[in-house]
Design a protein around this ligand. Structure first.
Ligand code: ATP
Ligand code: MG
Length: 426
């Protein structure tokens, strides 16, 4: 009889063997964000459904078909967050963090979208998101991009990702372009597939996203977004590009990059890789100057991005660039065999932790023979094992066994151990 309950499709456990990679990625990003002066914010995972409908836009993939929406016991419509920007704006607005202030914020956590699960695409996935508020000039757009470029350098991913860059212009400029695009496409409607015909009615810019080769061919002669830009957007884009050029960050201008969500204006960008198949966007973002006001606040310029943690981890693994020491999580394994040895092992371990708090010490618990304890020591990944037998305990000594190199086993006084470890393990 086997009817064990299983995890929900597209929602994964992150098992202990994978955690070191997650911690490495998250730790690297956290340190980087701190070095740029960004502060962490944590929002709830559930919000009122209206928040996402109003911010992301009714005619987007997310709101139309991907949200986990349910009624709670009070009859309110709630949604598991599909992204973090809307929640972040809501939280900041509610706490008064946007009024006459600038904010540089980041968050991380799970997001939920009911998509078709496949490699790099899940129903619960993790993002690290960054949002800035109160800065209207393209210097902060550039800062965000420079920050991500530095991250790829630090992670060893720089050769595997490229930056796609575009500007969408002001809302007015984009509206004028939308009209021109609709005129062009409407005259050729019969050449569009069903999906694009529908988008033409509901969210015409998204036709530019179409993966259909015939649609893409049709778009070759379509009006170009950049011919409709307002002066300010044009100048800001030039400033952004000049900063990226001066910093040596390469990019490709892609006028078809419009991003799925309604709230973007001016700068939009995506970091993409060709190493992960169809799920190639590892980081995406842009400016969204209108969103705070749209959600009921005072008009506040904003720009941000989000990275997909699973995709970045897949990329780290594919390129085999995870530093070896990341996977090594234990330095010392302490074994004790014989009368009173378990107690002695715990006490010795604790004494060492007090003296050298940076050491990662796993103390054997659960008894067993010397041989079985050594097997566990080896499996732990520790660099050395400390052995306590009855004779060692009696003599106030400890035997040190090198688990990785070929050094001879040696017996030290417990008092001398601390110095020996300082010399050999740091
Ligand atoms: P895609 O075009 O791949 O569906 P998106 O435009 O919907 O991406 P965003 O809303 O911009 O994605 O989210 C930012 C990042 O989060 C993406 O670039 C990607 O790395 C990651 N991401 C988005 N959806 C998923 C998912 N279902 N599973 C895993 N990662 C995801
Ligand atoms: Mg998507």
């Amino acid at each position: 009889m086997s009817n064990k309950i299983q995890a929900i499709r597209g929602m994964n456990d992150i098992l202990p063997a994978q955690s070191p990679v997650w911690q490495y990625l998250e730790g690297t990003v956290k340190d980087l964000l701190a070095s740029y002066g960004y502060d962490e914010i944590r929002m709830p995972i559930v919000e009122q459904t209206a928040l996402f409908k109003r911010s992301i836009g009714e005619v987007t993939d997310i709101v139309e078909k991907e949200m986990y929406t349910f009624e709670d016991r009070n009859g309110d419509s709630l949604t598991l967050r599909p992204e973090g920007t809307a929640s972040c704006v809501r939280a900041c607005e509610e706490a008064g963090l946007l009024y006459n202030q600038t904010q540089r914020l980041w968050y991380t956590g799970p997001m939920f979208r009911h998509e078709r699960p496949q490699k790099g695409r899940y129903r619960q996935f993790y993002q690290i998101g960054v949002e800035t508020f109160g800065m209207a000039t393209p210097d902060v757009d550039a800062e965000l991009i420079l920050m991500t470029a530095r991250l790829w350098q630090q992670l060893g991913l720089a050769e595997a990702v490229t930056l796609q860059l575009n500007t969408l212009g002001s809302n007015e400029a984009r509206a004028r372009y939308r009209d021109a695009l609709v005129d062009y496409l409407s005259a050729r409607k019969d050449q569009l597939d069903e999906d694009s015909q529908r988008r033409l009615e509901t969210n015409p810019l998204r036709v530019l996203d179409s993966k259909n080769p015939e649609t893409q061919a049709l778009l070759a002669d379509a009006p170009e977004l950049h011919d409709y830009l307002d002066d300010e957007s044009r100048e800001d884009f030039a400033t952004l590009r000049s900063i990226l050029d001066a910093a040596g960050v390469k990019y490709e201008i892609n006028q078809r990059l419009v991003r799925g969500l309604d709230y973007y204006c001016k700068t939009v960008f995506e970091w993409v890789t060709d190493k992960l198949g169809a799920q190639g966007t590892v980081c995406a973002g842009g400016r969204y100057d209108g969103l705070v006001e749209q959600l009921g606040g005072k008009a506040t310029p904003a720009v941000g991005f989000a990275m997909g943690v699973e995709r970045l981890i897949l990329l780290l693994e594919t390129l085999d660039v995870i530093p070896q020491e990341v996977m090594q999580t234990v330095d010392i394994y302490v074994c004790g065999v014989g009368e009173g040895a378990a107690k002695a092992a715990l006490l010795l371990s604790d004494q060492l932790r007090g003296e050298q708090p940076w050491l990662r010490i796993q103390t054997h618990c659960g008894g067993g023979s010397f041989k079985s304890q050594m097997k566990k020591a080896d499996k732990s990944g520790a660099l050395i094992a400390l052995l306590l037998g009855e004779s060692e305990i009696e003599a106030g000594q400890v035997t040190v066994k090198d688990l990785r190199g070929g050094a001879d086993q040696q017996t030290l006084t417990q008092a001398g151990l601390s110095d020996w470890l300082k010399e050999h393990l740091n």
